[in-house]
Design a binder for this molecule. Structure first.
Ligand SMILES: NC(=O)C1=CN([C@@H]2O[C@H](COP(=O)(O)OP(=O)(O)OC[C@H]3O[C@@H](n4cnc5c(N)ncnc54)[C@H](OP(=O)(O)O)[C@@H]3O)[C@@H](O)[C@H]2O)C=CC1
Ligand SMILES: Nc1nc2c(ncn2[C@@H]2O[C@H](COP(=O)(O)O)[C@@H](O)[C@H]2O)c(=O)[nH]1
Length: 342
């Protein structure tokens, strides 16, 4: 049986650092096909509680890129795309109307497309990729996902994907592994898919800047984050308030999986009888900390590269050296100053 690992299973091992300061390392990333270059290798998730135009403009201003969700009609989608002031991905699904969405968005100037389905190692995704390439031409950047195996990534590459989105069932509001028994722990999935030689986006389960460094070191060129930015000001959705037991107000927003019952009710009148929800909806505290979250990611990436003795993300990948950690090692990695000793 193959052993598979994810973020908390490993730590990266430090190596000799040539660089005088964390300021000199380069945290930018370019995809293997030469179509996408980001100063910050971070994408925001195409979820209706994470990325609309406001988040796309925020993350774009930081050097990353937003991926608009697709759960709206085509006119709304075009209007939203036009409100984006920086390079932004748009998403499409796989049914026949989705090519109409792609056509309208391309006419509005979109050049970065994401084919977004739960299980992309599938015939209908391959066909959509080919149709989309025919529609958009060779210069458009097409990302497709999600997959979690070498065979899945290879299939998408062979159908014309430039960038491959990797991660099945690892997201923070995801229940796919519980509901279906399928998934691959994310670091193993990233390493496997990166062997195909196309750029990989590590998607799902990233909780902190250190997880981003691990994902990049294991072969991702970019990461996609949802929960790390959930509840912040640039996310869509209202700020809600309720009283806590002590009477103090608690301000929160909703963060929800795009395969949750709540999403199905809002957009499709409920979960179809042949399906089950594969995501959950949750309350997250309202936060005004998006600037700090991104600064923390940038600082973590800069430090991370120097711990790895690397000036670039590609060098970090070449020098990958890691250990699997014991339960005690994992505990030691967390703040434990106040832990009681018996
Ligand atoms: N990264 C992850 O682990 C996951 C992500 N998601 C997210 O949830 C959203 C909804 O996803 P999705 O349900 O794919 O979108 P859609 O509802 O648009 O479904 C995509 C198409 O794929 C078909 N399909 C066949 N088998 C499957 C399968 N096992 N899972 C999903 N679709 C299948 C669907 O047909 P039919 O509906 O008739 O079956 C449909 O035509 C997306 O944003 C997706 O990224 C969802 C689950 C897992
Ligand atoms: N299995 C499911 N995965 C989902 C769903 N909605 C979104 N997602 C995936 O999660 C990531 C975000 O993960 P996070 O850990 O950063 O919060 C997102 O990009 C999708 O790939 C869902 O309903 N089910």
């Amino acid at each position: 049986m193959t052993r598979a690992i994810t973020f908390d299973d490993v730590l990266l091992v430090p190596s000799y650092n040539h660089y005088a300061s964390r300021r000199v390392v380069d945290i930018s990333s370019q995809d293997h096909m030469g179509k996408l270059s980001l100063d910050l290798p971070v994408m925001t998730a195409n979820m209706d509680t994470i990325t609309e135009d406001k988040m796309a403009n925020f993350i774009g201003s930081k050097g990353g890129i937003g991926v608009l969700h697709r759960f709206m009609d085509i006119d709304q989608n075009v209007a939203m795309f036009k409100r984006c002031k920086t390079k932004t991905f748009v998403s499409i699904g796989c049914n026949s109307q989705e090519l109409e969405r792609a056509k309208a968005l391309a006419e509005a100037g979109a050049g970065y497309f994401c084919i977004d389905v739960a299980h992309a190692h599938a015939k209908y995704v391959g066909q959509t990729l080919k149709d989309l390439r025919d529609l958009l031409g060779k210069d458009a950047c097409i990302m497709a996902g999600n997959v979690a195996t070498y065979a899945g990534a290879d299939y998408l590459a062979s159908c014309g994907a430039d960038v491959i989105k990797v991660g099945i069932g690892g997201g923070s509001v995801c229940t796919t592994r519980i509901k279906t028994g399928f998934g691959v722990p994310n670091l193993t999935a990233i390493a496997e898919c990166a062997r195909v030689g196309r750029s990989v986006v590590a998607d799902g389960g990233i909780k902190a800047a250190g997880d981003i460094v691990k994902a990049l070191a294991f072969g991702a060129d970019f990461v996609m984050i949802g929960s790390m930015l959930s509840g912040t000001r640039p996310t869509p959705g209202a700020v809600l308030t309720r009283d806590l037991e002590d009477g103090s107000p608690y301000r929160y927003k909703t963060y929800r999986g795009m395969a949750s019952r709540e999403v199905a009710e809002d957009y499709h009148g409920g979960v179809a009888e042949w399906k089950t929800a594969e995501g959950v909806a949750t309350e997250v505290p309202y936060r005004e900390t998006e600037e700090e979250i991104i600064a923390d990611i940038i600082g973590g990436l800069r430090s991370g590269l120097t711990y790895g003795g690397a000036a670039t993300i590609r060098e970090l990948q070449r020098k990958l050296n890691y250990v699997e950690v014991s339960p005690a090692g994992r505990l030691e990695s967390l703040p434990h100053k106040l832990m009681q000793h018996s």
